[in-house]
Design a protein around this ligand. Structure first.
Ligand code: DX5
Ligand code: ZN
Length: 226
């Protein structure tokens, strides 16, 4: 089980200290939400933030591109030190070459799906990805409420993973609290992104620990560690 605090909910004036706080708190990954003001109606930060954080933390850097033109960002984020790079399936014909490019940059390959998008769209790619990001809110902003209808998508992903013997992570992102994390773990998720639910807590260490315990007791296990 992977706990991945989202930097979007951190103090933007102290990214280095905030990444180190996440690491000290026992998190596994740091989730970085990249927003371009076009694919989503918000702008966050770019590759230079990843470049700044790479030397100061051992956390796996999990880059989530909510961008209309990720093709211009793959090399910059790869060179900056991203470990996982995730693009959205809603980009249609671009998806295939994007996944290939991420792999050729020797990065872990992620594919994200928004709540209204049919799961059939991700199915053809499942044998080629390391991570499936099931969005549990409509992307663009932190602090939104979890959309419960996404639980069936997590179950579908878990069933496909089990039946195919594939071993991609099933990551959930958006509105993840202690309660919704448990529901997602029960449905088959193994990787939990949480911004408000972790960075905005006074005691992040206690929150990471509690979330880990909750998902561990209800969760499924992947075949191997990342
Ligand atoms: C939403 C982002 C999320 C966001 C989650 O567009 O993809 O990663 O940071 O924030 P919370 O956990 O506050 O819903
Ligand atoms: Zn995200």
């Amino acid at each position: 089980m992977i706990i991945a605090p989202s930097l979007l909910a951190a103090n933007f004036g102290k990214f280095t200290a905030e990444a180190q706080r996440a690491e000290r708190s026992g998190a596994d990954w740091l989730h970085l939400d990249i927003m371009d003001g076009h694919f989503v109606p918000n702008i966050s930060f770019g590759p230079d933030v990843v470049k700044t954080l790479r030397p100061v933390t051992k956390l796996v850097l999990d880059v989530h591109l909510m961008c209309s033109k990720p093709e211009i960002l793959l090399e910059p984020f790869a060179n900056a030190g991203a470990d996982y790079i995730t693009v959205h399936v809603e980009l249609g014909d671009k998806v295939e070459p994007l996944l290939w490019k991420i792999r050729s940059l020797r990065k872990k390959v992620g594919l994200a799906i928004n709540p209204p998008t049919a799961m059939a769209q991700v199915q053809p790619f499942l044998s080629r990805i390391d991570l499936l990001l099931v969005m549990t809110v409509n992307p663009g902003f932190g602090g939104q409420p979890f959309i419960p209808e996404t639980l069936t998508k997590i179950q579908q992903a878990a069933a496909w993973r089990r039946d195919s013997g594939a071993n991609f992570h099933i990551e959930v992102d958006g509105g993840i609290t202690f309660i919704t994390a448990k529901d997602c773990a029960r449905a088959g998720a193994d990787t939990f992104v949480s911004g408000t639910g972790l960075f905005r807590q006074h005691n992040m260490r206690a929150s990471v620990k509690k979330m880990r315990q909750l998902v561990h007791s209800f969760g499924h296990k992947r075949a191997t560690k990342p």
